[in-house]
Unconditional design. Structure first.
Lengths: 260, 259
Protein backbone atom coordinates (compact mmCIF):
# COMPACT_ATOMS: atom_id res chain seq x y z
CA UNK A 1 0.00 0.00 0.00
CA UNK A 2 1.45 3.38 -0.95
CA UNK A 3 1.92 5.80 1.95
CA UNK A 4 0.56 8.62 -0.17
CA UNK A 5 -2.18 8.04 -2.69
CA UNK A 6 -3.47 10.96 -4.76
CA UNK A 7 -6.59 10.07 -6.73
CA UNK A 8 -7.89 12.27 -9.56
CA UNK A 9 -7.11 15.44 -7.68
CA UNK A 10 -8.25 18.66 -9.27
CA UNK A 11 -8.59 22.19 -8.03
CA UNK A 12 -10.25 25.19 -9.62
CA UNK A 13 -10.68 28.71 -8.40
CA UNK A 14 -13.53 31.07 -8.97
CA UNK A 15 -11.90 34.36 -9.87
CA UNK A 16 -13.12 37.84 -9.06
CA UNK A 17 -14.73 38.26 -12.48
CA UNK A 18 -16.70 35.04 -12.03
CA UNK A 19 -14.42 33.11 -14.34
CA UNK A 20 -13.19 29.73 -13.19
CA UNK A 21 -9.50 28.94 -13.39
CA UNK A 22 -8.47 25.34 -13.28
CA UNK A 23 -5.17 25.18 -11.39
CA UNK A 24 -4.80 21.43 -11.18
CA UNK A 25 -6.22 19.32 -13.95
CA UNK A 26 -6.44 15.74 -12.86
CA UNK A 27 -3.58 14.29 -10.92
CA UNK A 28 -3.24 10.70 -9.84
CA UNK A 29 -0.04 9.43 -8.30
CA UNK A 30 1.30 7.20 -5.53
CA UNK A 31 4.34 7.47 -3.32
CA UNK A 32 5.75 4.44 -1.51
CA UNK A 33 7.06 4.69 2.03
CA UNK A 34 10.65 5.89 2.17
CA UNK A 35 10.70 7.20 -1.39
CA UNK A 36 12.00 10.53 -2.53
CA UNK A 37 9.77 11.80 -5.34
CA UNK A 38 9.72 15.18 -7.04
CA UNK A 39 7.29 17.16 -9.09
CA UNK A 40 9.04 19.34 -11.60
CA UNK A 41 7.24 21.86 -13.71
CA UNK A 42 7.30 25.37 -15.12
CA UNK A 43 6.64 28.25 -12.75
CA UNK A 44 3.00 29.14 -12.37
CA UNK A 45 1.85 25.61 -13.07
CA UNK A 46 -0.04 25.31 -9.80
CA UNK A 47 2.67 23.40 -7.94
CA UNK A 48 2.00 25.16 -4.64
CA UNK A 49 -1.74 24.64 -4.97
CA UNK A 50 -1.09 20.97 -5.57
CA UNK A 51 1.06 20.61 -2.48
CA UNK A 52 -1.33 22.64 -0.32
CA UNK A 53 -4.14 20.33 -1.41
CA UNK A 54 -2.14 17.22 -0.61
CA UNK A 55 -1.23 18.74 2.77
CA UNK A 56 -4.91 19.25 3.57
CA UNK A 57 -4.50 23.03 3.72
CA UNK A 58 -6.71 23.53 0.67
CA UNK A 59 -9.80 21.50 -0.08
CA UNK A 60 -9.57 19.94 -3.57
CA UNK A 61 -12.41 20.58 -6.00
CA UNK A 62 -12.60 16.90 -6.75
CA UNK A 63 -10.65 13.74 -6.13
CA UNK A 64 -9.08 12.68 -2.90
CA UNK A 65 -5.83 12.25 -1.06
CA UNK A 66 -5.13 9.21 1.09
CA UNK A 67 -2.27 9.26 3.53
CA UNK A 68 -1.37 5.95 5.10
CA UNK A 69 -4.80 4.52 4.38
CA UNK A 70 -6.77 7.47 5.68
CA UNK A 71 -8.54 9.99 3.50
CA UNK A 72 -7.39 13.55 4.08
CA UNK A 73 -10.03 16.05 5.17
CA UNK A 74 -7.78 18.45 7.02
CA UNK A 75 -4.05 18.58 7.69
CA UNK A 76 -3.13 14.93 8.46
CA UNK A 77 -1.22 14.21 11.66
CA UNK A 78 1.62 12.27 10.05
CA UNK A 79 2.43 14.74 7.32
CA UNK A 80 4.02 18.16 7.36
CA UNK A 81 4.53 20.78 4.66
CA UNK A 82 7.72 22.79 4.52
CA UNK A 83 7.25 26.18 2.89
CA UNK A 84 9.55 27.96 0.50
CA UNK A 85 9.28 31.16 2.49
CA UNK A 86 11.24 30.20 5.60
CA UNK A 87 11.30 33.83 6.70
CA UNK A 88 7.51 33.81 6.89
CA UNK A 89 7.10 30.38 8.34
CA UNK A 90 9.62 30.46 11.19
CA UNK A 91 8.52 31.93 14.51
CA UNK A 92 10.49 35.14 14.90
CA UNK A 93 9.78 35.24 18.62
CA UNK A 94 11.30 31.83 19.26
CA UNK A 95 14.99 30.99 19.22
CA UNK A 96 16.30 28.21 16.98
CA UNK A 97 15.87 25.85 19.91
CA UNK A 98 12.38 27.19 20.55
CA UNK A 99 11.37 26.68 16.93
CA UNK A 100 12.56 23.08 16.97
CA UNK A 101 10.83 22.49 20.31
CA UNK A 102 7.64 23.67 18.67
CA UNK A 103 7.91 20.69 16.33
CA UNK A 104 8.23 18.36 19.31
CA UNK A 105 5.29 19.94 21.10
CA UNK A 106 3.10 19.87 18.00
CA UNK A 107 3.56 16.12 17.75
CA UNK A 108 2.39 15.87 21.34
CA UNK A 109 5.82 14.98 22.66
CA UNK A 110 7.24 16.68 25.70
CA UNK A 111 8.79 19.93 24.60
CA UNK A 112 10.29 20.91 27.94
CA UNK A 113 12.75 19.16 30.19
CA UNK A 114 16.17 17.69 29.62
CA UNK A 115 15.16 14.88 27.27
CA UNK A 116 13.27 17.22 24.94
CA UNK A 117 16.15 19.66 24.97
CA UNK A 118 18.59 16.89 24.07
CA UNK A 119 16.34 15.78 21.24
CA UNK A 120 16.03 19.32 19.90
CA UNK A 121 19.77 19.91 20.17
CA UNK A 122 20.43 16.66 18.36
CA UNK A 123 18.23 17.75 15.45
CA UNK A 124 19.88 21.15 15.35
CA UNK A 125 23.24 19.45 15.13
CA UNK A 126 21.91 17.14 12.44
CA UNK A 127 21.00 20.07 10.20
CA UNK A 128 24.39 21.64 10.87
CA UNK A 129 23.42 24.47 13.18
CA UNK A 130 25.25 23.46 16.33
CA UNK A 131 26.21 26.59 18.24
CA UNK A 132 23.23 28.58 16.97
CA UNK A 133 20.65 27.13 19.37
CA UNK A 134 19.98 30.43 21.10
CA UNK A 135 19.98 32.62 18.01
CA UNK A 136 16.78 34.06 16.67
CA UNK A 137 15.86 33.19 13.06
CA UNK A 138 16.44 36.75 11.84
CA UNK A 139 20.01 36.55 13.05
CA UNK A 140 20.68 33.76 10.55
CA UNK A 141 21.24 33.67 6.78
CA UNK A 142 18.53 32.36 4.47
CA UNK A 143 20.12 28.94 4.14
CA UNK A 144 20.47 28.62 7.89
CA UNK A 145 16.85 29.68 8.38
CA UNK A 146 15.69 26.96 6.02
CA UNK A 147 17.81 24.51 8.02
CA UNK A 148 15.91 25.57 11.13
CA UNK A 149 12.63 25.00 9.31
CA UNK A 150 13.83 21.53 8.28
CA UNK A 151 14.85 20.68 11.85
CA UNK A 152 11.50 21.89 13.13
CA UNK A 153 9.66 19.75 10.56
CA UNK A 154 11.77 16.70 11.45
CA UNK A 155 11.08 17.21 15.17
CA UNK A 156 7.47 16.53 14.31
CA UNK A 157 8.59 13.12 12.99
CA UNK A 158 6.29 13.14 9.96
CA UNK A 159 5.95 9.99 7.90
CA UNK A 160 5.59 12.18 4.84
CA UNK A 161 7.44 15.44 4.36
CA UNK A 162 6.15 17.74 1.62
CA UNK A 163 8.58 20.38 0.44
CA UNK A 164 7.47 23.34 -1.66
CA UNK A 165 10.51 24.64 -3.56
CA UNK A 166 12.37 24.82 -0.28
CA UNK A 167 15.64 25.98 -1.81
CA UNK A 168 14.10 28.22 -4.46
CA UNK A 169 15.14 31.51 -2.91
CA UNK A 170 18.65 30.48 -1.90
CA UNK A 171 21.84 31.21 -3.76
CA UNK A 172 23.29 28.42 -5.91
CA UNK A 173 26.04 27.24 -3.55
CA UNK A 174 23.85 27.24 -0.45
CA UNK A 175 21.35 25.32 -2.47
CA UNK A 176 23.82 22.53 -3.29
CA UNK A 177 24.81 22.31 0.38
CA UNK A 178 21.21 22.04 1.50
CA UNK A 179 20.46 19.39 -1.12
CA UNK A 180 23.20 17.23 0.37
CA UNK A 181 22.04 17.92 3.93
CA UNK A 182 18.55 16.89 2.94
CA UNK A 183 19.70 13.67 1.28
CA UNK A 184 21.76 12.77 4.34
CA UNK A 185 18.80 13.37 6.67
CA UNK A 186 16.48 11.44 4.39
CA UNK A 187 18.83 8.44 4.35
CA UNK A 188 19.21 8.60 8.11
CA UNK A 189 15.59 9.16 9.13
CA UNK A 190 13.86 7.23 6.33
CA UNK A 191 11.14 9.83 5.92
CA UNK A 192 9.09 9.81 2.74
CA UNK A 193 9.67 13.04 0.83
CA UNK A 194 7.54 14.63 -1.84
CA UNK A 195 9.43 17.55 -3.27
CA UNK A 196 8.45 20.33 -5.63
CA UNK A 197 10.89 22.31 -7.70
CA UNK A 198 11.23 24.08 -11.01
CA UNK A 199 14.91 23.20 -11.06
CA UNK A 200 15.18 20.10 -13.27
CA UNK A 201 18.67 19.14 -12.14
CA UNK A 202 17.72 19.50 -8.50
CA UNK A 203 14.84 17.10 -9.05
CA UNK A 204 17.10 14.55 -10.76
CA UNK A 205 19.84 14.88 -8.17
CA UNK A 206 17.52 14.35 -5.20
CA UNK A 207 14.82 11.96 -6.33
CA UNK A 208 14.07 8.32 -6.98
CA UNK A 209 11.25 9.26 -9.31
CA UNK A 210 10.21 12.46 -11.06
CA UNK A 211 6.83 13.56 -12.28
CA UNK A 212 6.94 16.18 -14.99
CA UNK A 213 4.05 18.61 -14.72
CA UNK A 214 2.42 20.45 -17.59
CA UNK A 215 1.48 24.09 -17.58
CA UNK A 216 -1.79 25.09 -15.96
CA UNK A 217 -4.05 23.22 -15.54
CA UNK A 218 -1.26 21.00 -14.32
CA UNK A 219 -1.20 17.33 -15.13
CA UNK A 220 1.50 14.72 -14.95
CA UNK A 221 2.98 14.46 -18.45
CA UNK A 222 5.47 11.78 -17.67
CA UNK A 223 7.03 9.76 -14.92
CA UNK A 224 10.79 9.25 -14.98
CA UNK A 225 13.14 7.23 -12.85
CA UNK A 226 16.26 8.81 -11.45
CA UNK A 227 18.12 5.67 -10.39
CA UNK A 228 21.62 6.99 -9.87
CA UNK A 229 23.47 5.21 -7.10
CA UNK A 230 23.33 6.65 -3.61
CA UNK A 231 24.89 8.38 -1.81
CA UNK A 232 24.97 10.88 -4.61
CA UNK A 233 27.68 13.36 -5.20
CA UNK A 234 27.32 16.88 -6.53
CA UNK A 235 30.20 16.42 -8.96
CA UNK A 236 30.20 12.78 -10.02
CA UNK A 237 26.44 12.20 -10.09
CA UNK A 238 25.86 15.31 -12.11
CA UNK A 239 28.74 14.41 -14.43
CA UNK A 240 27.06 11.12 -15.40
CA UNK A 241 26.11 11.15 -19.06
CA UNK A 242 22.69 9.76 -18.21
CA UNK A 243 22.14 12.67 -15.86
CA UNK A 244 22.47 15.12 -18.73
CA UNK A 245 20.33 12.93 -20.94
CA UNK A 246 17.58 12.90 -18.35
CA UNK A 247 17.90 16.63 -17.86
CA UNK A 248 17.57 17.30 -21.57
CA UNK A 249 14.68 14.91 -21.87
CA UNK A 250 12.74 16.71 -19.13
CA UNK A 251 13.73 20.11 -20.43
CA UNK A 252 12.33 19.29 -23.86
CA UNK A 253 9.05 18.16 -22.36
CA UNK A 254 8.63 21.30 -20.33
CA UNK A 255 9.98 23.57 -23.03
CA UNK A 256 7.84 22.02 -25.79
CA UNK A 257 4.66 23.36 -24.32
CA UNK A 258 5.26 26.83 -25.67
CA UNK A 259 4.47 30.01 -23.89
CA UNK A 260 1.52 29.92 -21.48
CA UNK B 1 17.63 49.33 23.06
CA UNK B 2 19.27 47.34 25.80
CA UNK B 3 22.33 49.47 26.30
CA UNK B 4 21.96 52.28 28.80
CA UNK B 5 21.64 55.57 27.00
CA UNK B 6 24.26 58.19 27.91
CA UNK B 7 22.96 60.67 30.45
CA UNK B 8 21.42 63.66 28.69
CA UNK B 9 23.27 66.51 30.41
CA UNK B 10 21.91 69.14 28.07
CA UNK B 11 18.32 68.12 28.59
CA UNK B 12 18.55 67.94 32.33
CA UNK B 13 20.42 71.22 32.67
CA UNK B 14 17.81 73.03 30.59
CA UNK B 15 15.15 71.57 32.86
CA UNK B 16 17.12 72.65 35.94
CA UNK B 17 17.43 76.15 34.45
CA UNK B 18 13.67 76.29 34.04
CA UNK B 19 13.20 75.42 37.70
CA UNK B 20 15.76 78.03 38.72
CA UNK B 21 14.08 80.64 36.54
CA UNK B 22 10.75 79.73 38.12
CA UNK B 23 12.19 79.90 41.64
CA UNK B 24 13.79 83.33 41.27
CA UNK B 25 11.08 84.70 39.02
CA UNK B 26 8.46 83.77 41.63
CA UNK B 27 10.46 85.35 44.42
CA UNK B 28 10.94 88.54 42.47
CA UNK B 29 7.21 88.94 41.78
CA UNK B 30 5.37 88.24 45.07
CA UNK B 31 2.03 89.40 43.67
CA UNK B 32 1.92 86.36 41.35
CA UNK B 33 2.64 84.03 44.23
CA UNK B 34 -0.81 82.49 44.14
CA UNK B 35 -0.28 81.48 40.53
CA UNK B 36 3.38 80.58 40.64
CA UNK B 37 4.66 79.82 44.14
CA UNK B 38 8.43 79.33 44.22
CA UNK B 39 9.59 75.81 43.40
CA UNK B 40 11.12 75.48 46.85
CA UNK B 41 7.71 76.11 48.40
CA UNK B 42 6.08 73.50 46.19
CA UNK B 43 8.64 70.96 47.26
CA UNK B 44 8.29 71.78 50.93
CA UNK B 45 4.51 71.47 50.54
CA UNK B 46 5.15 68.12 48.87
CA UNK B 47 7.37 67.07 51.78
CA UNK B 48 4.73 68.04 54.31
CA UNK B 49 1.99 66.29 52.40
CA UNK B 50 4.13 63.17 52.28
CA UNK B 51 4.97 63.43 55.98
CA UNK B 52 1.27 63.76 56.82
CA UNK B 53 0.58 60.76 54.59
CA UNK B 54 -2.37 62.45 52.92
CA UNK B 55 -0.87 62.63 49.45
CA UNK B 56 0.40 59.06 49.65
CA UNK B 57 -3.15 58.01 50.41
CA UNK B 58 -4.49 59.90 47.40
CA UNK B 59 -1.73 58.55 45.18
CA UNK B 60 -2.50 54.98 46.20
CA UNK B 61 -6.19 55.46 45.46
CA UNK B 62 -5.36 56.82 42.01
CA UNK B 63 -2.86 54.04 41.39
CA UNK B 64 -5.39 51.36 42.37
CA UNK B 65 -8.06 52.82 40.09
CA UNK B 66 -5.56 53.13 37.27
CA UNK B 67 -4.34 49.56 37.70
CA UNK B 68 -7.86 48.16 37.83
CA UNK B 69 -8.99 50.15 34.80
CA UNK B 70 -5.92 49.60 32.68
CA UNK B 71 -5.61 45.88 33.36
CA UNK B 72 -9.29 45.30 32.75
CA UNK B 73 -9.09 47.29 29.50
CA UNK B 74 -6.00 45.33 28.43
CA UNK B 75 -7.70 42.01 29.07
CA UNK B 76 -10.94 42.94 27.33
CA UNK B 77 -9.34 44.71 24.39
CA UNK B 78 -6.77 42.03 23.62
CA UNK B 79 -9.44 39.34 23.81
CA UNK B 80 -11.90 41.28 21.66
CA UNK B 81 -9.13 42.40 19.30
CA UNK B 82 -7.96 38.86 18.65
CA UNK B 83 -11.52 37.72 18.00
CA UNK B 84 -12.31 40.68 15.73
CA UNK B 85 -8.99 40.35 13.93
CA UNK B 86 -9.55 36.66 13.35
CA UNK B 87 -13.20 36.60 12.32
CA UNK B 88 -13.75 38.83 9.33
CA UNK B 89 -17.52 38.76 9.65
CA UNK B 90 -17.54 40.04 13.23
CA UNK B 91 -15.13 42.77 12.27
CA UNK B 92 -17.35 43.94 9.41
CA UNK B 93 -20.29 43.87 11.79
CA UNK B 94 -18.64 46.16 14.31
CA UNK B 95 -16.14 48.17 12.25
CA UNK B 96 -18.44 51.15 11.67
CA UNK B 97 -19.30 51.43 15.34
CA UNK B 98 -15.64 51.26 16.29
CA UNK B 99 -14.69 53.89 13.72
CA UNK B 100 -17.38 56.26 15.01
CA UNK B 101 -16.78 55.81 18.72
CA UNK B 102 -13.01 55.74 18.69
CA UNK B 103 -12.34 59.37 17.69
CA UNK B 104 -14.81 60.71 20.27
CA UNK B 105 -12.91 62.31 23.17
CA UNK B 106 -13.46 59.78 25.92
CA UNK B 107 -14.05 62.38 28.62
CA UNK B 108 -17.40 63.03 26.96
CA UNK B 109 -18.51 59.69 28.35
CA UNK B 110 -17.99 60.81 31.97
CA UNK B 111 -21.43 62.47 32.38
CA UNK B 112 -23.05 59.31 31.01
CA UNK B 113 -21.04 57.22 33.44
CA UNK B 114 -22.06 59.44 36.34
CA UNK B 115 -25.68 59.18 35.27
CA UNK B 116 -25.54 55.40 35.11
CA UNK B 117 -23.09 54.54 37.84
CA UNK B 118 -23.14 57.50 40.20
CA UNK B 119 -20.00 59.05 41.58
CA UNK B 120 -17.64 56.48 42.92
CA UNK B 121 -14.88 54.04 42.15
CA UNK B 122 -17.03 52.07 39.75
CA UNK B 123 -17.64 55.12 37.57
CA UNK B 124 -14.00 56.19 37.55
CA UNK B 125 -12.74 52.72 36.71
CA UNK B 126 -15.38 52.30 34.02
CA UNK B 127 -14.45 55.45 32.11
CA UNK B 128 -10.80 54.49 32.42
CA UNK B 129 -11.54 51.09 30.91
CA UNK B 130 -13.60 52.68 28.16
CA UNK B 131 -10.95 55.19 27.15
CA UNK B 132 -7.87 52.98 27.25
CA UNK B 133 -9.70 50.16 25.49
CA UNK B 134 -9.62 51.76 22.03
CA UNK B 135 -5.93 51.96 21.22
CA UNK B 136 -5.39 48.44 22.53
CA UNK B 137 -8.33 47.11 20.56
CA UNK B 138 -7.38 48.80 17.28
CA UNK B 139 -3.76 47.76 17.50
CA UNK B 140 -4.61 44.18 18.42
CA UNK B 141 -6.97 43.90 15.44
CA UNK B 142 -4.27 45.31 13.15
CA UNK B 143 -1.67 42.98 14.62
CA UNK B 144 -3.79 39.89 14.10
CA UNK B 145 -4.69 40.89 10.56
CA UNK B 146 -1.06 41.55 9.77
CA UNK B 147 0.02 38.00 10.51
CA UNK B 148 1.18 36.29 7.36
CA UNK B 149 -1.04 33.46 6.12
CA UNK B 150 2.04 31.25 5.86
CA UNK B 151 2.46 31.48 9.63
CA UNK B 152 -1.08 30.24 10.21
CA UNK B 153 -0.64 27.52 7.60
CA UNK B 154 2.52 26.46 9.40
CA UNK B 155 0.47 25.96 12.55
CA UNK B 156 -2.13 24.02 10.60
CA UNK B 157 0.31 21.69 8.87
CA UNK B 158 1.79 20.89 12.28
CA UNK B 159 -1.69 19.80 13.29
CA UNK B 160 -2.36 22.58 15.80
CA UNK B 161 -5.93 23.12 16.92
CA UNK B 162 -7.52 26.52 16.33
CA UNK B 163 -7.08 27.30 19.98
CA UNK B 164 -3.37 26.52 19.93
CA UNK B 165 -2.89 28.49 16.72
CA UNK B 166 -4.49 31.43 18.49
CA UNK B 167 -2.39 31.02 21.59
CA UNK B 168 0.95 29.98 20.11
CA UNK B 169 1.01 31.81 16.80
CA UNK B 170 -1.51 34.62 16.54
CA UNK B 171 -0.98 36.10 19.99
CA UNK B 172 2.83 36.17 19.88
CA UNK B 173 2.73 37.19 16.22
CA UNK B 174 0.53 40.17 17.06
CA UNK B 175 2.38 41.00 20.25
CA UNK B 176 4.43 43.92 18.87
CA UNK B 177 1.20 45.66 17.85
CA UNK B 178 -0.45 44.77 21.14
CA UNK B 179 2.50 46.27 23.03
CA UNK B 180 2.11 49.53 21.11
CA UNK B 181 -1.59 49.60 21.95
CA UNK B 182 -0.89 48.97 25.61
CA UNK B 183 1.66 51.76 25.76
CA UNK B 184 -0.83 54.28 24.35
CA UNK B 185 -3.61 52.85 26.51
CA UNK B 186 -1.53 53.32 29.61
CA UNK B 187 -1.12 57.04 29.07
CA UNK B 188 -4.81 57.43 28.28
CA UNK B 189 -5.81 55.50 31.39
CA UNK B 190 -3.82 57.91 33.56
CA UNK B 191 -5.45 60.92 31.92
CA UNK B 192 -8.92 59.52 32.43
CA UNK B 193 -8.40 58.49 36.04
CA UNK B 194 -7.18 61.96 36.95
CA UNK B 195 -9.91 63.74 35.00
CA UNK B 196 -12.70 61.59 36.39
CA UNK B 197 -11.37 62.15 39.91
CA UNK B 198 -11.50 65.89 39.35
CA UNK B 199 -15.09 65.73 38.23
CA UNK B 200 -16.51 63.21 40.62
CA UNK B 201 -13.97 62.06 43.15
CA UNK B 202 -13.71 62.49 46.86
CA UNK B 203 -10.27 60.91 46.88
CA UNK B 204 -7.34 60.48 44.54
CA UNK B 205 -4.76 62.81 43.05
CA UNK B 206 -7.17 64.42 40.60
CA UNK B 207 -9.48 65.28 43.46
CA UNK B 208 -6.55 66.48 45.57
CA UNK B 209 -5.24 68.83 42.88
CA UNK B 210 -8.62 70.43 42.23
CA UNK B 211 -9.50 70.58 45.94
CA UNK B 212 -6.27 72.39 46.79
CA UNK B 213 -6.82 74.79 43.91
CA UNK B 214 -10.27 75.65 45.23
CA UNK B 215 -8.80 76.18 48.68
CA UNK B 216 -6.22 78.52 47.10
CA UNK B 217 -3.35 76.33 48.33
CA UNK B 218 -1.48 76.59 45.09
CA UNK B 219 1.74 75.09 46.48
CA UNK B 220 -0.22 71.97 47.42
CA UNK B 221 -1.94 71.98 44.04
CA UNK B 222 1.44 71.97 42.30
CA UNK B 223 2.66 69.29 44.70
CA UNK B 224 -0.24 67.13 43.51
CA UNK B 225 0.68 67.81 39.91
CA UNK B 226 4.28 66.79 40.60
CA UNK B 227 3.07 63.50 42.06
CA UNK B 228 0.83 62.80 39.06
CA UNK B 229 3.71 63.59 36.75
CA UNK B 230 6.02 61.26 38.66
CA UNK B 231 3.39 58.54 38.64
CA UNK B 232 3.07 58.85 34.88
CA UNK B 233 6.81 58.83 34.40
CA UNK B 234 7.40 55.81 36.62
CA UNK B 235 4.53 53.82 35.11
CA UNK B 236 5.76 54.52 31.59
CA UNK B 237 9.28 53.56 32.51
CA UNK B 238 8.07 50.38 34.15
CA UNK B 239 6.06 49.52 31.08
CA UNK B 240 8.99 50.11 28.73
CA UNK B 241 11.19 47.95 30.93
CA UNK B 242 8.77 45.04 30.85
CA UNK B 243 8.13 45.56 27.15
CA UNK B 244 11.78 45.59 26.15
CA UNK B 245 12.23 42.31 28.00
CA UNK B 246 9.21 40.60 26.54
CA UNK B 247 9.85 42.00 23.06
CA UNK B 248 13.59 41.47 23.03
CA UNK B 249 13.34 39.44 19.83
CA UNK B 250 11.43 42.23 18.14
CA UNK B 251 13.80 45.05 19.01
CA UNK B 252 16.76 43.02 17.82
CA UNK B 253 14.93 42.22 14.60
CA UNK B 254 14.13 45.87 13.92
CA UNK B 255 17.69 46.92 14.72
CA UNK B 256 18.94 44.26 12.32
CA UNK B 257 16.62 45.35 9.54
CA UNK B 258 17.58 48.98 10.02
CA UNK B 259 21.30 48.21 9.91
Amino acid sequence: MPILDVQSLSKSYRQAGGETTVAIGNITCQVEAGEFVSFVGPSGCGKTTLLMSIAGLLAPSSGRVIVNGKEVSGPPANLVLLFQEYNKSLFAWRSVLGNVRFGLAARGARSTGAAAEDKARELIQLVGLKGFENHYPWELSGGMQQRVAIARALAYEPEVLLMDEPFGSLDALTRLELEDTLLRLWAELKTTILFITHDIEEAIYLSDRIWVLSRRPSQIIQELKSDFSRPRHQVTTRADARFMELRNDIYRQIGNQGAP
Amino acid sequence: MNQAKPFNWLGWSSFASLLLFWEFGARATPKFELYFPPVSRIFSALGQAFAAGSITQHALVTLARFAEGFLLAALLAVLAGVILGYFRFLHSLLATMIELLRPMPSVAIIPVAILLLGIGDGMIVSVTVYASLWPILINTIDGVRNIDATLIDTGRTFGLSRWRILWQIILPGASPFIATGLRIGLSIALILVTTAEMIAGSQGLGFFILDEERAMNSANMYAGIVVVALLGYVLNRLFLMIESRAMKWRHGMIARQAA
